[in-house]
Design a protein around this ligand. Sequence first.
Ligand code: PLP
Length: 403
Amino acid sequence: MFPRTESAILIEAARQYGTPLYFYHAERIQYQYESLKQAFSSWDVRFFYAAKALTNLHILQYIHSLGCSVDCSSINEIKIARKAGIPSDRILYTSNSINFSEIEEAVLQGAFVNVDSLSALEKFGKRFGNSYPVGIRLRPNIMAGGNLKISTGHAASKFGIPVEQLEQVHALVSSYNIQVRTLHIHTGSEIKDAAIFVQGVHLLLNLVADFPDVRVIDLGGGFKVPYQPGEKGTDIHAVGKEVATLFSSFEQKTGRKLQVWFEPGKYMVCEAGYLLTTVNVIKENEALTFAGVDTGLNQLIRPMFYEAYHHIENLTNPAASVKTYQIVGNICETDTLGADRELPTIREGDLLSIQNAGAYGFEMASQYNARFRPAEVFYKEGALQLIRRRETLDDLLLTQEGL
Ligand code: PLP
């Protein structure tokens, strides 16, 4: 088990770069990737880190240096990945609700492309015929994921082509002679139950006979990581074992050896990240004690948007007696980062760390209330490196014109 980053290192980072500060621990990312490789070592599996979780160039470069490929959800993510030095044969593009011109650009960049609507498939067929392979994202009608907002495979989801429309898929494939190389599903995020992944595999393996060009089954991302102390994440070893068993028996029956792809986002970077924040104000009312900090939902939206639990520690007064706090942000909305938290006595000026902040933390940050987005620091081989400076007023005004 990889231990939590030592408080002294987090405190030093905050001392050097100020707060609010996103801190990422490189060796934790490496540990996560190695554990995936190990869990899936019995089959031909390839991992594409879902860049949407955290796109800083240094993080992408580092993940690439570990041997991991990258999954992008926009053309800009592809361009950022290319800028990080990632070659196009290591980039996958999984689009949804985008203008077809973006798919054309992704093809021009040489990325693997998954399309997720009949409309995009038809345009792809018209434009590229059988000259460029494509993946098809299906909607498997599987309800999974930690929260409805991150459940993407169910029958009311906007994502993917519903499996009920397979006849239309086949009609398009044959009329444009489309080369379908990949069948893809991503049923949701924070899927704890290994059986959900198995259900997806069964569904896709049952369809593959009708897609003779398919070489890859892409099972998307969605591995859950623990958030609460003592909580368990997805048993990736159980998923790895099942995947190997199902795909090898499929190979024995059909003579087809399929490669498996995964697109882990949260699993790769979530636990490597901490949002460090200073307590500005302690406010007592009749029933509650608030610790008001120098960050908020503009910089970590997950608690308010997904009701996500992020464990919080008091780094600078750890041995004090415990009290119950509402950890609240500095934004003009209710932005509770942690409700009813038992923490060692918090004083104004104390430094708190908000854990599991590596995925969808900075990446979903905004400039709401005209506050600067935080700096980001990367901790690697015992050294701290600033990988994004804190914004300034000039940054806030940069794109405004006409005054
Ligand atoms: N792949 C696709 C298509 C996604 O939409 C997402 C998340 O939204 C991911 C992968 C990554 O999911 P996670 O971070 O839960 O692993």
